[in-house]
Structure formats: structure tokens, C-alpha cells
Design a protein around this ligand. Structure first.
Ligand code: ATP
Ligand code: MG
Length: 380
């Protein structure tokens, strides 16, 4: 049975079309890679033209999940099939693709759905604390252990334990997790007792665990135990048809959250959103829309309301400018170009330096230093 699942999950593994391996590795050039945009998709964003009807028989587990691309629907079909089993699930995909959403869907669609879903970010908790966080400890187990502490495994009893960023789990704890997976048993720190772990484990990672196994950073036996069912989330650039419904949903929800009228989308902004490569995937899209809803004026989202890299400023910066026959003062030209854009950002945001810095892709402190150096002040 497991073999069958593994084979179907194998269809989700795909090569990145442009060799990008993740948000962090993207150079500006790669951000600027654009694709041609389907005019119907622009219509869907600008005029709120109807989105295609949802696929017949959307997977049951897709509750609250936006998008109807074949590859996303396939992911949730697999979730439907495996939710009821106790099997361990490994969710992989670039940052921001929706791995935690899948983990929750696995939990919610299983018979454990009414029991706790407990998430632990293995990369965010210092190694010294992670063991007692997961397994708990008894009083006096180590200096500072002044009271008994219940671990997250105990907190997730009967439910699901979501181990996020599993690639960051220290080797010493990998052995202990392996024991939980093999025998469903564990011992709190400093406790001789053996306790039962009635948890279903779902793990997620955006690093290539196979390479981590090859370098010895991740135990091979644990990798195979975790990887019983592999669910891979494709990057957003490989399922672009999901962008219009996601944008529509995020515009609505952001406007509701800040108590504004739902803004319209200009055709130019729609084109940028649809052609951008979204290296930070759905999370980057969500943040960009939230910001645009806050910054937009007169109820219309324009390119200027989008983050600089989405708005294609990277490409503009390199746009060829013709060199005058008689030559030029390059430094002065660059300075004036820079000053002009800074002034525009400041005037558009009413001299709100936080927002202006964001529009320019700078840190606030960098912008403040530049203003000081350039002696730019707000006109009285
Ligand atoms: N298909 C989707 N429909 C609606 N919201 C989505 C979808 N995919 C992702 N999101 C939203 O995007 C954000 C990022 O998703 P999530 O946290 O699940 O990603 P992740 O893969 O775990 O990211 P990271 O690797 O950065 O932890 C969340 O706010 C999530 O609700
Ligand atoms: Mg996550």
C-alpha cells in the first residue's frame, strides 16, 4: 500500500524551470524573469471576471485552500488518501508554498482531527531546550529545571505532532525521534520511565534531506522512517493559474482586516503580479498584497503599491540609457536618479520613512542615513 502512495507522490517531484532552488538563492536577475501573461487572467483581477469553476470533486481535505491547479489538487488528493492512516508524512517544498497548510489538512481530515495539532519549529528552538520541549523533563533533570514540564509529544497525545524544519533537528535528537517512530515510546529528560507516544508525525522541510543524508547531517534511518509518504508542494511559478484566485482572496481578506473598502486592481499591477516569478511563493504574494492594500490610494492598486522587486524595478534599474555624444557626469546622473526616486517614495508616503524605505527596498536606517547625507528635508 505504501509503495503505491510513494509512487503517486513521486509525480509531484519536478525540476525548477529556471534552476532556482529557493527564495534565498535568488539573484535579482532571476527575480526579473517574467513570463507572458494570459489576458483572461488580467481580466480576472481587474474586472473580477469569473474565475474558472472549481474542479468537480475537489479533494475533501482542501477546505480553505485556494487554488485549483492540477498539481495542487493532486497534492490534496494524496492527503485525502492518507489522512486516515497513521503513517508518517514528509512534506517538502520551497519556503512559503503551503507546507504547514498541508500538515493541518492531514490532521483535520483524519480521525485525530478533534485532538490537538501541535507544531514545533525545530529550527527556531535552541538545541539545549529542544529536547525538553519535545519530550518534557522532570524536576531537577538539569540546572534550572525547577519544575516538571510536559513536552509537546505529551501535549499532542491522540493528535498530530508537526515537526517543522525537520532538517534542523540536531543529530542527538534524531536518535530519540527515531525511537518514537519505531517503538512509539519516549522518556522525558531525567526520567527513567518509558511513556507511550500516541502521536501521528508530520514533518516538513525546505532543504534537500537527501543531500543532508549524504553529508551525514541527517540520519539515513530517520529519513526513511519519516519519508513513508512524501508530499511535494510545487512552487507557485509552476502553477500560475493559482495566482488570480489567491490574489483575489488576499485582497479581500487584507481589506477586511484593516477595515477598508476592497480596492480594485489596475491592469498594470495585475500584469506585474501575474508575470512575477514569486521566489517566496504564496507567503511573498500574501505579504505583497497586504502591503499594497495598505499603501494604495483612491481604491486602486497600482504598480507603485507593489514591492520594488515585484514592480520590476530591478529591470528598470538596468534599462539602457543612451550615453550622450559628448559624454556625461555618471556620478551626478546616478545621484539625481537616486534623489528623484527617494523624493517620490517620500512624497507618496507622506514622509513616512518606514513605508518609503519599504517602497525602495531599503532598511529604514539606510534611508535615514541617505537623507542625512543628501541633506534632504521635508519642505515646510
Ligand atoms: N493554497 C493556499 N491557499 C491559501 N493560503 C495559502 C495557500 N498556500 C499557502 N497559503 C498561505 O501562505 C502562507 C504560507 O503558507 P505556509 O506557512 O503553509 O507555508 P510553508 O511552506 O510552511 O512556508 P515556510 O517554509 O516559510 O514555513 C500562510 O499564510 C498560508 O496560509
Ligand atoms: Mg512553515
Amino acid at each position: 500500500m505504501d509503495k503505491d502512495f510513494e509512487m503517486s507522490s513521486g509525480t509531484f517531484v519536478r525540476m525548477d524551470f529556471d534552476g532556482l532552488t529557493g527564495a534565498d538563492s535568488c539573484e535579482d536577475d532571476e527575480h526579473d524573469q517574467r513570463v507572458e501573461v494570459d489576458p483572461l487572467a488580467i481580466e480576472q483581477l481587474v474586472a473580477a471576471a469569473p474565475l474558472p469553476a472549481p474542479k468537480a470533486q475537489r479533494p475533501r481535505s482542501m477546505v480553505g485552500v485556494i487554488g485549483d491547479s492540477d498539481s495542487l489538487v493532486e497534492v490534496y488528493r494524496l492527503v485525502d488518501r492518507i489522512a486516515e492512516t497513521m503513517c508518517t508524512v514528509l512534506v517538502t517544498g520551497e519556503s512559503g508554498t503551503g507546507k504547514e497548510l498541508v500538515a493541518r489538512a492531514v490532521h483535520d481530515s483524519s480521525s485525530r482531527g478533534a485532538r490537538p495539532f501541535v507544531a514545533v519549529n525545530c529550527g527556531a528552538i535552541p538545541e539545549a531546550l529542544l529536547e525538553s520541549e519535545l519530550f518534557g523533563h522532570v524536576r531537577g533533570a538539569f540546572t534550572g529545571a525547577v519544575a516538571h514540564k510536559t513536552g509537546r509529544i505529551a501535549a499532542a497525545q491522540g493528535g498530530t505532532l508537526f515537526l517543522d524544519e525537520i532538517g534542523e533537528l540536531p543529530l542527538s535528537l534524531q536518535v530519540k525521534l527515531l525511537r518514537v517512530l519505531q517503538t512509539h515510546e519516549y522518556s522525558p529528560v531525567g526520567d527513567a520511565r518509558t511513556l507511550k507516544a500516541d502521536v501521528r508525525i508530520v514533518a516538513a522541510t525546505n532543504v534537500d534531506l537527501e543531500s543532508a543524508v549524504a553529508t551525514g547531517a541527517f540520519r539515513e534511518d530517520l529519513y526513511y522512517r519519516l519519508n513513508v509518504i512524501h508530499v511535494h508542494l510545487p512552487p507557485l511559478r509552476d502553477r500560475r493559474e493559482d495566482v488570480p484566485p489567491l490574489v483575489r482572496r488576499f485582497v479581500d481578506s487584507s481589506a477586511t482586516r484593516v477595515g477598508r473598502e476592497v480596492p480594485r486592481m489596475s491592469a498594470a499591477a495585475a500584469e506585474l503580479l501575474l508575470s512575477y516569478a514569486w521566489p517566496g511563493n504564496v507567503r511573498e504574494l500574501e505579504n505583497s498584497i497586504e502591503r499594497a492594500v495598505l499603501l494604495c490610494q483612491d481604491g486602486v492598486i497600482e504598480p507603485r503599491d507593489l514591492p520594488a522587486r515585484v514592480a520590476g524595478l530591478g529591470a528598470e534599474r538596468r534599462a539602457a540609457t543612451s550615453l550622450p555624444d559628448g559624454g556625461m557626469d555618471l556620478r551626478a546622473a546616478v545621484e539625481s536618479f537616486e534623489n528623484d526616486l527617494i523624493r517620490q517614495a517620500l512624497s507618496r508616503t507622506g514622509w513616512n520613512k518606514n513605508q518609503a524605505a519599504r517602497l525602495l527596498g531599503l532598511n529604514r536606517t539606510t534611508l535615514v542615513e541617505m537623507l542625512k547625507r543628501k541633506r534632504m528635508v521635508r519642505a515646510a
